[in-house]
Every structure is written in C-alpha cells, then in structure tokens.
Design a protein around this ligand. Structure first.
Ligand code: PMP
Length: 435
C-alpha cells in the first residue's frame, strides 16, 4: 500500500543520505515522530515504551525544557564568548555536584568531545602521551576518544588498530571475564602491574580512563576497590585518573549521582554528557583549577556552542527538573522494583544468566548455558524484535550483543516497569524459552 511504500522510500533516502558506519536499529523501524515522558509514538499510531533513552532523563517533550528553550531562543543565542549569567550559573551548579578539588568546568557539546578534552587535559597536565584504557570500552568517535575505545561491538578491529600510545587492561567483568565472582579481585592488581610495567619501560601513563560503572559491558559494577587501586597506581607515576560518566552518571544509578561514588574514589577529571541536555547536545569536563591551568600552554580550548545561552539554559533546566521531580530517587525506587522483577524472571527462564546494574542502568544478560556462559546473541536479537511487536523498544549491548541494556528515561513509573517485565515474560514464553 502507499503508506508502506512511502516508509520504504524514506528508509531508502535515509540509507542514501545519512552516513552510518554501523546500523544499530531494526530492519523495519517504526517511524517515531513524537514522544511523551517514557513513551514513543510512531506515525502508524502505535505507542512504544522507551527502555533505551538515557539521553532523555526527564522524559520526552518535557514542557519545562520546551518553555525554557523557547524563551531563551526568543531572547538570545550566540557563541559562548560573550558575558551572560546563565553560563556562570550552570558551571557553578555543575561544579557544586562534584567533590573537591573538582571546581573548574569546560562546556562542550557531546560525550566524545568531553572525553577527547579530558584526555588532552590529562596528557597536558602530566606531560605524558601514554594512556591506559579498559578493554570493551566505548568512549566516542573523535580521534582520541576513538583511540581508547576497544569495544569489538563497535569496531571488530578495535584492538588491532590502536595507536601506540593506547594500552589496554582486561575488562574487569566479574560475571563473564577471566576472573569471575570472588576471583574478580584479581583484576585490579593485574591492571596495576600493567601501569607499573609501562613506567618501568620508560613510558609512564599520563592517564587512566574508564567508565566508573561498566555501562558498555552491560551495567556491570566494577569489583570493589578496583578504581582505588588503579587510580593510586597511575597517580604514583604522576598520571591522572579520568572518569567517563557519560552513560552512568547524573543520577541514573539511583543510589549514587556519580558512578565513581560507588567506587569511593575521586577522579582528577570527570567527563559528562548525554543526560545533561535531555537530548540537546551538551557535554562537560570538570577538573581542578590546577589541571585546567596547566592546559593553558599545552593546547587550545574554545567551543563556539559549548555553553551557549540556550545550552546553558537547557543544562540548568535539566538540573532543576531532576531535583524537583526527584528523578534520582525515582531511579532508585523504580529501578529497584524492576531489578527484583527481572531477578524473578531469571528464576523462571534459564536463558537469563544475570541481572546487572543499579537504579535505572540495568543489564539483562542472556546465555545459552549458565555454566559456560555461551552468549545468546541471536536469541537476544530475536527477543528485541519480539519486544518491538509487543510495544517495547529495547536493544542489546556488550561485546557479544547478548545483554539487554535497560536505561529508560528516569521518569518511568512502576506501572511501565511492570509492563516491561510482563512483556519480557510473554516474549520469552512465546519464543519457547523455559526453565
Ligand atoms: N562515553 C560513553 C561511555 C558513551 O556511552 C558514549 C556514547 N555512547 C560516549 C562516551 C560518546 O558520547 P557522544 O555520543 O555524545 O559523543
């Protein structure tokens, strides 16, 4: 019919004009032109529960953001070289969210830019170009952020194509890595050994970068004490600790505003993006005045739209709304409820190997065999397609694409979380899974 032909035509035009190196979407995606809170509406009149949108913590089409942005657009939007109050207020508010001595804020437009700048600040301050990163990580697409990204899901040649200044350590995954369960305490001393060996070889690392809670690996908490030991080692050789909070920070973990709090450490440089702008491009790097000052004669920084009047108003409005709607508290409450529901499903379906995560950053890991943990990659793709039929948008993550990443808008309520768990239950049964 003409409707379907029109959609096919739009998809063909998308393929022709819109450059994507990898396709991370459905074969026949619904056309989404509207959203409201944690719901997405397609042009054929269906409503979908949005389980993937960690860029919109307040939910879609939040009226408070819409009004604040419209008002600011009517007044002024310009590059950030001018003097206006909102950028001052926004940077003060961001700095206040971080412990001492992190008091100096750079504003950019994305997570990739934040990580790139974070690395450059560390390299500038330490005077050392070598960087240690976690395997299985994704940190962005710019030269430096891509160089430290070793996720095979994003680039199968990632490890082979690293520049020589990038050194990697094992993904400290206590579920499916080399060291499992209580043995996971061995990852930290192994990473420390890599950092010490680099120093002994005359190439001490200028930075260690890692997510503070392993989002890209499916929402896996790092082993207790991991970052404390690794940060201590890199600092012992005068390097800096760079925390990527792009996915897991900003209240999503529920109990903690930042992932590094879970590890009881304070990084030297914190990179933030995604949630900050509720979908508007916004990123930040927060560090100490000392590190920021050392960059002055090491490199240049000016971002035309980073911290623009509109971006600053968006950032402030997001922070106000997170606070006024207690969305971090909601992440803890609804996320806790959802995790218990998913754990109950794990008792009933053998394919659910583990339920990772905290708050509203959860990962449901699917395995063919709970003993050897063979990843259920095809089954996970099939499950996502069936969930779409049932009105739920959920996608896989991890190097084996066998983990459902569960990171909905933080405004999701218990009824919607229950709907998600009920539809998972139904889909798993329909697909013939059982105990
Ligand atoms: N770091 C992490 C952990 C991320 O997940 C991402 C994006 N998926 C980035 C950095 C890059 O952010 P952006 O897409 O905004 O450039």
């Amino acid at each position: 019919d003409t409707g379907r032909t029109r959609e096919r035509d739009l998809l063909d035009r998308r393929d022709a004009a819109f450059a994507t190196v990898q396709e991370h979407y459905y074969a026949n995606p619904p056309r989404i032109e509207r959203g409201w809170r944690h719901h997405l509406l397609s042009t054929d009149g269906r409503s979908y529960l949005d389980i993937v949108n960690n860029v919109t913590p307040l939910g879609h089409a939040h009226p408070r953001v819409e009004q604040a942005v419209s008002r600011q657009l009517r007044r002024l939007n310009t590059n950030s070289r001018f003097h206006y109050a909102s950028v001052v207020e926004f940077t003060e508010r961001l700095a206040a969210l971080l412990p001492d001595p992190l008091d100096t804020v750079f504003l950019v437009n994305s997570g990739s830019e934040a990580v790139d700048l974070g690395l450059r600040l560390a390299i500038g301050a330490s005077g050392r170009p070598d960087v240690v990163a976690l395997r299985e990580a994704y940190h962005g697409w710019t030269y430096a952020s891509d160089a430290v990204s070793t996720s095979l899901q994003d680039n199968p040649n990632a490890l082979a194509t690293r520049p020589s200044w990038v050194h990697t350590v094992d993904s400290p995954n206590s579920y499916r890595g080399r060291h499992r369960g209580p043995e996971a305490v061995r990852y930290a001393p192994e990473a420390v050994a890599v950092i010490d060996e680099l120093a002994a070889a005359g190439r001490p690392a200028g930075a260690f970068i890692g997510e503070t809670f392993y989002g890209n690996a499916g929402g896996v908490a790092l082993p207790d004490g991991y970052l404390a030991q690794v940060y201590e080692a890199v600092r012992r050789h005068d390097g800096l600790a760079v925390a990527d909070e792009v996915q897991v920070g900003y209240g999503r973990l529920g109990h903690w505003f930042w992932g590094f709090e879970q590890q009881q450490v304070v990084p030297d440089i914190v990179c933030v993006a995604k949630a900050m702008g509720n979908g508007h491009p916004l990123g930040a790097v927060i560090t100490s005045r000392a590190v920021a000052d050392r960059y002055r004669d090491q490199g240049y920084f000016f971002s035309s739209t980073g911290g623009s009047p509109v971006s600053s108003i968006v950032g402030l409005t997001v922070l106000d709304t997170l606070r006024d709607e207690d969305l971090q508290g909601n992440a803890a409450r609804v996320g806790g409820h959802l995790k218990r529901r998913l754990e109950a499903l794990a008792d009933r379906y053998g394919i659910i190997g583990a339920v990772h995560g905290s708050g509203l950053y959860l990962g449901l890991e699917l395995v063919r065999d709970r003993a050897d943990l063979e990843p259920a990659t095809e089954e996970t793709a099939e499950l996502c397609d069936r969930m779409l039929d049932l009105g739920v948008i959920v996608q896989p993550t991890g190097d084996h694409l066998n983990i459902l990443k569960i990171k909905p808008p933080l405004c999701i309520d218990t009824a919607a979380a229950d709907f998600f768990a009920d539809m998972l239950d139904l889909a798993l049964t329909q697909l013939g899974h059982s105990r």
